[in-house]
Design a protein around this ligand. Structure first.
Ligand SMILES: C[S@@+](CC[C@H](N)C(=O)[O-])C[C@H]1O[C@@H](n2cnc3c(N)ncnc32)[C@H](O)[C@@H]1O
Length: 284
């Protein structure tokens, strides 16, 4: 993270959701969260009439599938969240929330307490941008650095009930943390989550960066230069053992499997198959 600045990758993901792949973007709140230039680029299709689809297609193409990938990821997690909420869960923790706008855009969260846990710099920026917007959900903020601080006590102080089941989302974050911090966060989560709780998290597999030798060198350099170097990688069996014996893995697939969950029109880009979405459920 660059000192004092909001996470650049959180802006990128919010931009993708704000632009979307269809006429209706999946995140109408994104333009309020983004800095002015990105907000205008994301909202441009609303003012472009007949050429809106062409503009959106051109932007999607220039990101080599990244926009589709991020839209599909969020839609898959939204679909999972909807089913977790139907089971009666009424508290949601979003770890590394960034500019995630679920607390504002999902009506199903109106009776849910949403805890947003994030790095102080990103959270400060978001709270400032959203100070005038009343969310339907009861949003509580917890500001921590996963690399140096624990979130368990802070969550309980913010009103999290460890005796009741909870939903957890950790979307596009674990790959920016050292592996120790990922394991530590999973251990804290296990100490807080009652039986029946569900976690949806994405993680990065080792060795699958796109674009051959050039991509293997250039992609990590680009992320590092942006202040968010790629760090932890896991293989599916390592993730399963990291959460065992307390959690069962109920889903663990790369983006080709997310469309089933999401019912989405976004494309599963072949370039980003290194990221997987795992859904794990706390055993009774
Ligand atoms: C790619 S963004 C994803 C944001 C959000 N989950 C989403 O999907 O829109 C990565 C997020 O991880 C957070 N993050 C990265 N390193 C962190 C750390 N050491 N402690 C706390 N948060 C961190 C950033 O602040 C940012 O919000």
């Amino acid at each position: 993270m660059r000192s004092g600045l909001p996470s650049g990758t959180s802006l990128l993901v919010s931009f993708a959701r704000g632009l979307g792949v269809d006429k209706e973007p999946i995140d109408p709140v994104a333009p309020q969260l983004l800095p002015p230039v990105l907000a205008q680029l994301a909202a441009a299709p609303r003012h472009l009439g007949g050429v809106a689809a062409l503009y959106r297609a051109a932007v999607r193409a220039t990101t080599f599938g990244l926009i589709d990938h991020m839209v599909l990821r969020t839609q898959a997690i939204d679909a999972h969240l909807a089913s977790a909420l139907r089971s009666g869960i009424d508290q949601l923790v979003i770890l590394g929330a960034g500019l995630d706008a679920r607390g504002w855009r999902l009506a199903a969260l109106k009776d849910v307490t949403v805890f947003e846990v994030d790095h102080p710099a990103t959270q400060r920026y978001k709270r400032k941008r959203m100070s005038q917007q009343r969310p339907p959900a009861d949003i509580r903020y917890v500001s921590i650095d996963f690399e140096t601080e624990r979130f368990a006590d802070a969550l309980e102080s913010a009103g999290f009930r460890s005796g009741a089941p909870s939903a957890w989302i950790w979307e596009g974050v674990a790959m920016y943390l050292p592996l120790d911090a990922v394991h530590d966060a999973l251990a804290q989560l296990t100490s807080l989550a009652a039986p029946g709780s569900e976690l949806a998290m994405t993680y990065r597999m080792p060795g699958l960066l796109p674009y051959g030798p050039l991509g293997r060198v250039a992609i990590p350099v680009v992320f590092a230069a942006a202040g968010e170097p790629l760090k932890a990688t896991l293989r599916p069996h390592e993730l399963a053992s990291a959460v065992a014996p307390d959690w069962d893995v109920t889903f663990d697939e790369d983006s080709r499997g997310w469309r089933k969950l999401a019912g989405s029109t976004a494309n599963a880009s072949r370039s980003f198959l290194s990221e997987r979405l795992a859904i794990v459920k706390r055993r009774y």
